[in-house]
Design a protein around this ligand. Structure first.
Ligand SMILES: NC(=O)c1ccc[n+]([C@@H]2O[C@H](COP(=O)([O-])OP(=O)(O)OC[C@H]3O[C@@H](n4cnc5c(N)ncnc54)[C@H](O)[C@@H]3O)[C@@H](O)[C@H]2O)c1
Length: 257
């Protein structure tokens, strides 16, 4: 097998939640360039449709659909839409999350409604979407699930960090449960991403951002495009033997022993 064949996604169907967001659009284009048909699923249907139209105009096979990952019914409708559009599902990227509109509380005083709001999207959402796509993946002999984690999972980071650490646990557990059914489950945990959402939480030229960057041994930050190599690895033949792993892409910010 040649190097390009290892990463080829021709005839594969990929569904990406939050596909109209900053990282989602880059992921959708990368999966399409690797040969996959792509379903861009987002709670913002207009943005999903616009993203799909822009990628289709470049010659890719892309559909935009609505999903609210908090709802099992909506996740099931997303999976059905993918099957209707492209005949099945091979890849799910659980990328949708709340990260720009986080409640301004520590864990010791967070109102339970705010806790639920973040957990419902960032943690329960990936579970519901996974449950929704499993039948379609099994019908094709297996599949790949990639969860959008964060380096923030591995440091004290309030509700956002907790939601992502929980998703790390879900990744490990689903990998154990689904391995025998041909489905690999992994996660990508980016560090300091250079995009608009990241700048909401940590402004571009803030002293705090610079202070963190100074502690990172390798490249301190990168654009969403720097995550694409790992995504293609985990979604393709090249990643056949990898499951239950969270890959940190963060310049060595987090060291997990
Ligand atoms: N940007 C960063 O610095 C960074 C760093 C580490 C991890 N991440 C993770 O990467 C992923 C993407 O981040 P981003 O920067 O593209 O964020 P973003 O805010 O630009 O995009 C998030 C997308 O999710 C969608 N979404 C929100 N709630 C939804 C719901 N209930 N159902 C369906 N879709 C919903 C939004 O409409 C949006 O399109 C997230 O999981 C985030 O936690 C981002």
């Amino acid at each position: 097998m040649t190097a390009s064949e290892l990463f080829d996604l021709t005839d594969k169907v990929a569904v990406i939640t939050g596909g109209a967001g900053g990282i989602g659009v880059v992921y959708a284009e990368a999966l399409a360039e690797a040969g996959a048909s792509v379903v861009v699923a987002d709670v913002d249907l207009e943005a999903a449709t616009t993203t799909a139209a822009a990628l289709s105009a470049k010659g890719h096979r892309v559909a935009g659909v609505a999903v609210d990952v908090r709802s099992a019914q909506s996740a099931a409708a997303m999976a059905q839409a993918a099957v209707d559009a492209f005949g099945g599902i091979d890849i799910l990227v659980n990328n949708a999350a709340i990260m720009t509109d986080l409640p301004p509380y520590g864990l010791s005083n967070i109102p339970v409604d705010d806790w639920d709001r973040v957990i419902d999207v960032n943690f329960r959402g990936p579970l519901l979407c996974t449950q929704a796509v499993i039948p379609a993946m099994e019908a094709r002999g297996g599949g790949r699930i990639v969860n959008g984690l964060s380096a923030g999972a591995f440091m004290p980071g309030g509700i956002y960090g907790v939601s992502k650490f929980a998703l790390h646990g879900l990744t490990v557990n689903l990998a154990a449960e689904l391995g025998g059914r041909g489905i690999n489950v992994n996660a990508i945990a980016p560090g300091l991403v250079d995009n608009e959402s990241a700048y909401v939480a940590l402004p571009k030229d803030s002293e705090f951002r610079e202070m963190i960057a100074a502690t990172i041994p390798g490249k301190p930050s990168g654009p969403p495009e720097d995550l694409v190599g790992a995504l293609l690895l985990l979604c393709s033949k090249a990643g056949d033997w990898i499951t239950g792993q969270t890959i940190l892409i963060d310049g060595g910010w987090i060291t997990r022993l």
